[in-house]
Design a binder for this molecule. Structure first.
Ligand SMILES: [Zn+2]
Length: 75
């Protein structure tokens, strides 16, 4: 049985897990993507929110530091 690489469309035997042309994983992709439960999705959403606010905080800190730097350099 043959399958083809999703990246470069090279045809290869079913026994290959990685494309010998470009190295792309061509094995069983269903086993690679774990089925996520609603609980896991909630945790993921929470983590995304933490990252979101972390970025916001960094931007605010950066802005405050920039202002502080401008004020001090003009003295
Ligand atoms: Zn390939």
């Amino acid at each position: 049985m043959m399958k083809s690489c999703p990246l470069c469309n090279t045809e290869m035997s079913e026994r290959y897990n990685y494309c010998y042309q470009c190295g792309e994983y061509v094995g069983d992709t269903a086993s690679l993507v774990p089925q996520s439960t609603p609980e896991e999705e909630q945790v993921q959403q929470r983590q995304e929110r933490v990252i979101h606010y972390g970025c916001l905080l960094l931007i605010i800190l950066w802005a405050v530091f920039g202002l502080w730097f401008c004020v001090n350099i003009n003295r």
